[in-house]
Design a protein around this ligand. Structure first.
Ligand code: ZN
Length: 132
């Protein structure tokens, strides 16, 4: 497992892309809309890991709700796993709450699930596996 990416909820993807470009002197290498999650994403690479900027595409998006409640900021941490199904079973047995235990298609060619922050010290954790 490695820290695959950190997801940051932003109000405006365009201005955040510019902010990150100014801060780190690099440009986003991928823009992708994930309609099932109602988000537009933008990725920056930092060595082995990435930053994923997330902008809501409508008011029902989990990102819109997050920003409404807590403002912009770090939304989740994503860890890459070899076998997402095995991890779901392992963590469920240990009593961790998985938000939707059926892996979904996420951004950046991944299958993803999220652990409920209630069972993980208030941090929303994404498990992701590269699609074959
Ligand atoms: Zn993510």
């Amino acid at each position: 497992m490695k820290l695959e990416h950190i997801g940051i909820a932003v109000r405006d993807l365009k201005s955040s892309n510019k902010l990150f470009a100014d801060l780190f002197g690099k440009v986003s290498y991928k823009l992708e809309e994930v309609s099932s999650e109602a988000v537009r994403t933008s990725f920056f690479r930092f060595g082995e890991s990435k930053v994923e900027l997330l902008e809501a595409t409508n008011m029902n998006s989990p990102i819109a709700k997050f920003i409404e409640k807590r403002g912009e900021g770090i939304h989740h941490m994503a860890f890459e796993v070899q076998d997402i199904q095995a991890e779901i079973e392992r963590l469920s047995k240990l009593g961790y709450q998985i938000i939707d235990p059926k892996p979904k298609d996420g951004a950046d060619n991944k299958r993803v699930v999220f652990l409920h922050p209630k069972s993980t010290n208030g941090v929303l954790i994404e498990l992701c596996q590269e699609k074959a």
